[in-house]
Write a protein that binds this ligand. Structure first.
Ligand code: C2O
Length: 569
């Protein structure tokens, strides 16, 4: 009987997996990266886009589906595309960061990304992962429940995608090239955007302001993505509340708030109920700027939530939408109360027997210029150049080979495996750090993990040069954020704050300004996975490291073989 029962169960299991396989679809897309003339703020720039669109196409799939995206580079600069937050289980070749998992797609070249979405639902996005190309090469990736499954909340009447971006009155690639040449900070952006549009608080932007239509009483599932380059953003809607239901393509225990804070890389899914008098309400985003004394873009981007039955304004009367109040630019208390509100919907299996314990400092630094260097290349304060590091290593991308290929083919000399699991010197990370500790070393160092190891990483922000909030993103994984706090992480007392019951699952952690965050995950995806600050200016300065996860014993635990069209360097 027992055997028969088992057989029946396995037949049923087999049947159900065939059914879900039968439903899984493969989506084919062509992404043509091209130089496109785009006019914003009364000025026209030539920037890179996908298919001439800004933002690029929204991809809509169901959990379990596969994507085949042929990227053709018809632009003048290199490009790669990263599918931000997609786990890429055994398909690291399709992850996208240049010189980590692939060489750039050169002008005239192409590459087809093939991967499957498995076990992720909600909102992710895609973006270029080469220099600052992602300033204009980005778009949403909407993942609905598996065919036949439903949302874990009442089905919304409407859905909308709000991709927040940043716009320069310049070619963003020129902005970063200039910063890299001078060693100083790059120019700040001239506008923030919602779905590519700054909104009517900026010059020449009124007629293109994004409108989100609603009917009284209906609920809208709004997918908010911060695709901005260098700025954490507050996001709010006048007179309406958000019910947060997901983040980074994982559901969360619903909670209500009137303001969101997203670091670049993060996504938040919210339900908005149209329960206010029919009118027009501003949806607004502006900076959460946690670093003191650092210039930032203090403008406000807007869209309009418009009730379809809103009375038309009488002639001569202005129909200014209702403006929400936004938190102050430096309102860390609001940012913190938001980021600490996240929980998984129910009890989850957080790894508890930790095999690998890392403590990684993350922050800025400076490099002293040699006496022979021209002053024009040492434009950070006191003849220095800005830099950044993790555990005092300022990450340098390889330039003629990728880390993944070098690992796979056993090519020596591309990277070293001595990324330190702890900072080389212990100091008061969030205190007054002696200047002698401000200079990192440069290197292409990775940290090796065996397949299946359980990992805990304490991310510790530093006050070196400037303390600030850093959105730390890990490729190839979702991780639990089990605690965060301010000051130096104290293992004797802070472990009592660990949430091992229902911590949120994320791919990008908001590392508090002058603070710490603790993440945990199981290294169950082979490949070379970059972990970096998602402020692009910091990546360029070296705020990154790579986890190199080895193959497991089973076939399903090994990196698949490299695609034949993988670009070579
Ligand atoms: Cu969204 Cu390494 O990136």
């Amino acid at each position: 009987m027992v055997t028969m029962g088992r057989t029946l169960t396995s037949v049923l299991l087999l049947f159900s997996s065939i059914v879900s396989l039968a439903y899984a679809k493969t989506h084919y897309h062509d992404f043509v990266v091209q130089e496109t003339k785009v006019t914003r703020l009364c000025k026209t720039q030539t920037v890179m886009t996908v298919n001439g669109q800004l933002p690029g196409p929204t991809l809509e799939v169901n959990n379990g589906d596969s994507l085949v995206i042929n990227v053709v580079n018809r632009a003048k600069d290199n490009v790669t595309i990263h599918w931000h937050g997609v786990r890429q289980i055994t398909t690291a070749w399709a992850d996208g960061p240049e010189f980590i998992t692939q060489c750039p797609i050169r002008p005239g070249g192409s590459y087809t990304y093939r991967f499957t979405i498995s076990g992720q639902e909600g909102t992710l996005w895609w973006h270029a992962h080469s220099s600052w190309v992602r300033a204009t090469v980005y778009g949403a990736l909407v993942i609905r429940p598996k065919q036949g499954d439903s949302y874990p909340f009442q089905k919304p009447k409407r859905e909308s995608v709000m991709v927040l971006g940043e716009w320069w009155n310049a070619n963003p690639l020129d902005v970063i090239r200039e910063a890299m040449r001078t060693g100083g900070g790059p120019n700040i952006s001239d506008a923030f955007t919602i779905n590519g549009q700054p909104g009517d608080l900026y010059n020449c932007s009124r007629k293109d302001t994004v409108i989100v239509p609603v009917d009284s009483g209906e609920t809208n599932l709004m997918r908010v993505i911060n695709a901005g380059l260098n700025q954490q953003l507050f996001f709010t809607i006048a007179n309406h509340k958000f019910i947060v239901v997901g983040a980074d393509a994982s559901y969360v225990k619903p909670f209500t708030t009137s303001v969101l804070m997203l670091g670049p890389g993060q996504t938040t899914d919210v339900l908005i109920k149209a329960d206010q008098p029919p009118a027009r309400y501003y949806i607004a985003g502006r900076a959460y700027a946690s670093a003191q004394g650092v210039p930032f873009d203090n403008t406000t981007t807007t869209a309009i939530l418009e009730y379809k039955t809103a009375p038309c304004p009488a002639k001569g009367v202005s129909s200014k939408p209702v403006m929400p109040s936004l938190p102050a630019y430096n309102d860390t208390a609001t940012a913190t109360s938001f980021s600490t509100s996240f929980r998984s919907p129910k009890k989850v299996k957080v790894p508890t027997d930790i095999d690998v314990n890392m403590f990684i400092t993350a922050g800025l630094g400076i490099l002293q210029c040699p006496p022979t260097a021209p002053a024009s290349t040492c434009q950070a304060p006191n003849r220095t150049r800005f830099t950044a590091s993790m555990n005092n290593v300022s990450f340098v991308l390889p330039s003629n080979f990728t880390i993944l290929q070098a690992h796979h083919l056993g090519v020596p000399g591309v990277f070293t495996t001595d990324f330190p699991a702890n900072p080389p010197v212990t100091f008061d990370y969030t205190g007054n750090v002696p200047q002698s500790l401000w200079q990192p070393i440069r290197g292409t160092k990775v940290y090796k993990l065996k397949y299946g190891e359980t990992v805990q990483i304490v991310l510790q922000g530093t006050n070196i040069s400037t303390a600030e909030n850093h959105p730390i993103h890990l490729h190839g994984y979702d991780f639990y954020i089990i605690a965060e706090g301010f000051g130096n992480f104290n293992p004797a007392t802070d472990t009592s704050k660990f949430n091992l019951v229902d911590p949120p699952l994320r791919n990008t952690a908001s590392l508090p300004v002058s603070g710490w965050a603790v993440i945990r995950f199981v290294a169950d995806n082979p490949g070379s996975w970059i972990m970096h600050c998602h402020l692009d200016v910091h990546i360029g300065w070296g705020l990154a490291m790579v986890l190199l996860v080895e193959d497991g014993p089973e076939v399903s635990q090994k990196l698949q073989k490299a695609p034949a069209d993988l670009p070579v360097c």
